[in-house]
Every structure is written in structure tokens, then in C-alpha cells.
Design a protein around this ligand. Structure first.
Ligand code: MLT
Length: 399
């Protein structure tokens, strides 16, 4: 067969795979070193009891003739879609048939390219979660991407596109910079989308970490967004489901694309068609687990975990500041974005930190050219490791 040559336009290896390979090599060469991993944003707290209980119950149901379930609805069980609407979209006018339950926001952000026309012009922020860029490159749209630079002088909030684009990817609270966007700033993007018949793909995977009042929890808090935005949400970071796998996409029925004749086409309908063809739904047990995150006890237990990670974020942020680093994020987000010292390239800083402090982070340039001279640390480790990492960085004397 001939291959999809677009794959040849990608970097050889996905960012987090490259880091994992480097760290494994370093560990093999230095078997006695206790490495602290603050690279990939993977959670460390165990699944909370409310969720474990719900899963156990669902597993037992599956072993009975009455409780057994085979294929479920591709879009997700109604019990979960209703809970999502009641809890995450209260008063925002989103309905259950606009929610599509899935096995991860990474997959959703990648799969959404299926319903996009090939000639769309796409705006992607820089730096950015690499999945948006790579999946568009795979689909043959490398040349269609323009970058919206998220710069330090604008507090990493990008400017609007200076030309007409059809799709804008936004992620807030942002991965990797850790900054939130205010309602006022986000409204500019929604207004742009309305004026330009563009669609916003809004990745809100880190919404649970928002602590400030003026930061929206959903793009649908912004007037008009229901006509122009698709939102991606995940249980990975909010409920520690990185290993369980559950997420959802919101595709309002009021969001339309256009065919070649300029006729409006419902994106909800297209996404439903894609989902029913390519997906057989998330397992019943996991959907019951996700449902339990909305129970009264589940909410309390999860809030404790979020607070724990946010405390790690301030330990890391304040610790770095005290050492003398310039630091961003970490207030509405589990990510801390630091400026490398003396304009050091971010991969050089990665090596230095690993060798001098045995701490792993993520080089900013891995998220795009504007991430050069920056570095990301995650607050998803343990409190002990967060404290220890700061101590080691201070002792390493790298400033
Ligand atoms: C990250 O570290 O950027 C995330 O964990 C990656 C992901 O969610 O896929």
C-alpha cells in the first residue's frame, strides 16, 4: 500500500514519548537516582471511594442476567449525559443530546478533524498541546495552519487572527502556560468567530482547577458561543481518570458548518454520524464511575484532590519564585510555566534539570516555537515530591 505521506511531515516522535525515552535512558544509566517526574500531566492520587464503589456495583451488575449490558449507546448512556448537563451546564442551555461521551479528550481533539473540510484555514495558539497540530498535519492540513503567538508580554493570551480563519483551537486554562482567560478576553474570540463564520474548538480539560471569579468554566458562559463553539471536557484531570478513560464533547445543535454550495449543515448531526460509525461507546462500568463524580460524596472527595494539586502548584510556583525564577500559571491550573535562566534553550534546561536535580519537566519548545526559553512543571505529583523537587532545584544552583 501507499502510506499517508502527511505522517512524514511530523516530528519523528510524539513529545511525551520522546521525554519518556530520554528519562528511561537516564534512569538505566543512573539506577540509584530517585527521579521526580513532573513532566507529563498525569495524576497520582488514587481514584476516590465514591467512584470505586460505583464501579464495583456496576461490575457486579454486569455479572447478573438482569444487570448485564452489551453495546451501549455510542453517544453515552442517558444517565451520564443527564448528570453532565445538570452539573456542568446548569443554566447554560445545553441539552443531553448535545453531549457525546468518549474515552478521552485527546482522542476527541484528534477525531474532530474528521468532520472538517480539507481546505479550512486553522488558527492554533503557539505554544500549544501538540495534538491539535499533529492531527491536522496527519489529515493533510499542515499548510493551512496559522499560529497565534501567546507571548509573555500579553500574559500568554493570543491576539485575534489577523486574517480570516475557519477554525480556532483554544485551550483554557491553558496547557502548557497554565494561564486562564477572562470572560472579556474570550468574548473577543466568540465575536470574531461569529463575524467570520468560524468555529472555536474549546478544550476545557483543566476547568476543575479554576480558582478565580472572572475565569469562565465553559465557553458557553459567553454570549453567542452556543452558535460557534464545540467544547471538549475530560474526567482525566478533574477526577483522576487518566487510566480509566472518560471524557465528553459538547456539540450544540445550533453550531453549523457550510457545504460547497454554502448551505448550512449541523455539526451535531455530522459528529453523531461519525461517532455511531467509528465508536461503540465507553464501557458501562466507566460511565457509572463518571456518573459517581457528580454524587454529593464524589464531589467532596474530588474537591479535596483538586485542592491537594493546587497546593502543590503553589509550592512549586512560590518555591521557584523564591529561588529567583520568573514563573506563570499555577493559580487556575495544575501547570507552572517558568522562564529558563539566561535564555537557555528549553531542551538544554531539560537536560540540566535532569542531571543536576533528577527532576523531569517538559521543554517549552515541545509545545511550539513560542515555548522556546520556557519550561513546564506539573503539580500532579505528590506533595512530598513537589517539596523535594524545589529543594533539589534550589541546591542545584542553576540560576
Ligand atoms: C500533558 O501533559 O500535556 C497532558 O497530560 C497530555 C494529555 O492530557 O494528553
Amino acid at each position: 500500500m501507499n502510506i499517508n505521506e502527511n505522517f512524514l511531515k511530523l516530528e519523528d516522535s510524539y513529545l511525551f514519548s520522546t521525554i519518556a525515552k530520554k528519562v528511561t535512558k537516564y534512569q538505566n544509566e543512573n539506577p540509584d537516582k530517585k527521579i521526580i517526574r513532573l513532566g507529563i500531566g498525569d495524576v497520582t492520587k488514587p481514584i476516590v471511594p465514591a467512584v470505586i464503589n460505583a464501579m464495583n456495583k456496576a461490575i457486579n451488575e454486569m455479572g447478573t442476567a438482569e444487570g448485564f449490558r452489551g453495546y451501549g449507546p455510542e453517544q453515552g448512556y442517558v444517565f451520564l449525559r443527564n448528570k453532565i448537563v445538570e452539573n456542568d451546564y446548569q443554566n447554560l442551555g445545553i441539552e443531553a443530546d448535545e453531549i457525546f461521551v468518549s474515552d478521552g479528550a485527546k482522542c476527541d481533539c484528534g477525531n474532530i478533524v474528521d468532520i472538517m473540510g480539507n481546505d479550512n484555514k486553522i488558527a492554533i495558539t503557539n505554544p500549544v498541546y501538540p495534538v491539535y497540530v499533529d492531527t491536522n498535519v496527519m489529515a493533510g492540513r499542515k499548510e493551512n495552519i496559522i499560529y497565534l503567538d501567546a507571548l509573555e508580554e500579553n500574559n500568554f493570551i493570543p491576539q485575534l487572527p489577523d486574517q480570516k480563519v475557519d477554525i480556532i483551537y483554544l485551550c483554557f486554562p491553558n496547557n502548557p502556560t497554565g494561564v486562564g482567560i477572562t470572560r472579556k478576553e474570550l468574548k473577543r474570540f466568540v465575536d470574531y468567530a461569529k463575524e467570520n463564520k468560524a468555529i472555536i474548538f474549546y478544550d476545557a480539560a483543566y476547568e476543575a482547577f479554576i480558582t478565580e471569579e472572572d475565569i469562565p468554566h465553559s465557553i458557553y458562559e459567553i454570549e453567542g458561543a452556543k452558535d460557534v463553539a464545540i467544547e471538549f471536557k475530560s474526567f482525566s484531570k478533574s477526577a483522576g481518570f487518566t487510566g480509566l478513560r472518560c471524557a465528553y464533547v459538547v456539540v450544540p445543535k445550533s453550531v453549523f458548518g457550510y457545504d460547497k454550495q454554502g448551505e448550512k449543515v449541523s455539526l451535531n448531526k455530522l459528529w453523531n454520524r461519525r461517532t455511531t460509525t467509528k465508536f461503540n461507546g465507553v464501557s458501562y462500568v466507566i460511565q457509572r464511575a463518571a456518573e459517581a463524580t457528580y454524587s454529593e460524596e464524589g464531589k467532596i472527595q474530588l474537591k479535596n484532590n483538586i485542592d491537594y494539586y493546587l497546593e502543590n502548584a503553589s509550592i512549586i510556583k512560590d518555591g521557584l519564585k523564591n529561588i529567583g525564577f520568573t514563573v506563570y500559571g499555577g493559580v487556575n491550573s495544575p501547570y507552572i510555566w517558568l522562564k529558563t535562566p539566561n535564555n537557555m534553550k528549553s531542551w538544554d534546561f531539560f537536560d540540566l534539570l535532569l542531571e543536576k536535580a533528577d527532576v523531569v519537566g517538559t521543554p517549552g519548545v515541545g509545545f511550539g516555537s513560542c515555548g522556546e526559553f520556557f519550561f513546564r512543571l506539573t503539580a500532579f505529583g505528590t506533595k512530598e515530591n513537589s517539596l523535594e523537587a524545589i529543594d533539589r532545584i534550589e541546591k542545584a544552583n542553576i540560576l
